[in-house]
Ligand binder design. Structure first.
Ligand code: NAD
Length: 316
């Protein structure tokens, strides 16, 4: 019999791609979100529009003999949103996470997946040795989004101990790809820079900071592959999923310009840059056979045209 999965956050970027992958893998899938996916109709067998901040909605979403729950619903966005909407993020995402894990425990599910984030880690100095998953403690996340994720991880682990289900927790690096948020203030750097480059008529774009902050970005297909490997594994500890390719924001701008085939000069302006540096171990996820297939240049070659098309259709 096909396994039955519920994907919370199935109307979002990563959730909608995950639904597609689970369907391809032969699952029966129910998607749940406060909104439908923006770009294509959900592939899920069933799609429920529900506000998971309501405990009753979470209970209803998990009815009917569910084997696996994938919890990706969150009130989230890029660095600008994370810094200006702290209480909104803490309030909404905490309610969602507590309601869904509580409902899952009561429904007697077998496996629970939580989408956490590398924002649980502290800021790093340039050139510092990589952090392993254990280095999330002593905890010093840079922002409230990271603290909320850390608390959500702890909630899942404690419910799993008490209710004897399997917990799988992934700490995602920044994820990008087609169908990700690209405008409106919640978009992340690769999509935001793609939009700015597509919109630029004079060859300049404004970019927050001075270009020296270091980041890594994981392409959506690789991230989903990591999630599936982790959920099917015996690894119950939080696990980073990302790539070993690190770039400065300046280099990221150059790569986006290259994908666009445009000459672009960044104009550095003050803004919420976030941490200075990132460098995380991917040993744990790689021990499960995970190897990202997309480097940043090839991922942007897929992402830039999609964003440029959205920009063009707005201008029509
Ligand atoms: P997204 O915003 O596209 O998806 C989140 C979904 O949650 C949205 O569709 C939203 O409508 C839904 N949601 C919000 N409030 C809800 C509510 N009250 N009830 C029901 N649904 C609600 O974001 P994403 O990029 O797909 O991220 C998915 C998960 O991965 C999130 O938990 C996020 O924190 C985590 N994550 C993402 C990244 C990234 O780079 N995109 C990095 C680290 C962690």
């Amino acid at each position: 019999m096909a396994k039955r999965a519920v994907v919370c956050g199935a109307g979002g970027f990563i959730g909608s791609h995950l639904v597609q992958r689970l369907m391809n893998d032969g699952y029966w899938v129910r998607g749940v979100d406060i909104k439908h996916p923006e770009w294509t109709a959900s592939a899920a067998h069933e799609f429920i529009v529900a506000d998971l901040r309501e405990p009753g909605a979470a209970t209803a979403a998990l009815r009917g003999g569910i084997d696996e729950v994938y919890q990706l619903a969150a009130d989230m966005g890029g660095m600008g949103f994370i810094h200006r909407a702290e209480t909104q993020i803490m309030h909404n995402s905490m309610l969602i996470n507590l309601n869904v894990v509580d409902a899952a425990a009561k429904a007697g599910i077998e496996r629970y997946f939580l989408a956490s984030s590398v924002c649980v880690y502290r800021d790093m100095k340039l050139g510092e040795a990589e952090l392993t998953e254990e280095d999330a403690y002593p905890a010093a996340p840079d922002n409230e989004y990271g603290w909320e994720k850390l608390y959500a991880e702890r909630a899942v682990l404690s419910y799993a101990r008490e209710h004897a289900f399997e917990a799988r927790i992934a700490r995602f690096q920044n994820c990008y790809g087609p169908e990700g948020t690209w405008t409106g203030g919640r978009e992340k750097a690769p999509a935001a820079l793609s939009r700015k480059v597509a919109e630029s008529v004079d060859g300049t774009i404004e970019v927050w900071g001075d270009g020296s902050a270091v980041r890594s970005f994981v392409y959506i297909d690789d991230l989903i592959d990591g999630v599936r490997r982790l959920v099917d594994s015996d690894v119950s500890e939080p696990t980073n999923i990302g790539t070993r390719e690190y770039v400065s924001v300046k280099e990221l701008v150059e790569l986006v310009a290259e994908a666009a085939g445009k000459n672009i000069t960044p104009v550095w302006v003050p803004g919420p840059v976030g941490v200075q540096s990132r460098n995380f171990s991917n040993d744990r996820i790689e021990s499960l056979g995970y190897q990202p297939l997309f480097d940043l240049a090839s991922g942007l070659a897929e992402t830039y045209p999609w964003v440029a098309q959205r920009v063009a259709s707005l201008a029509d």
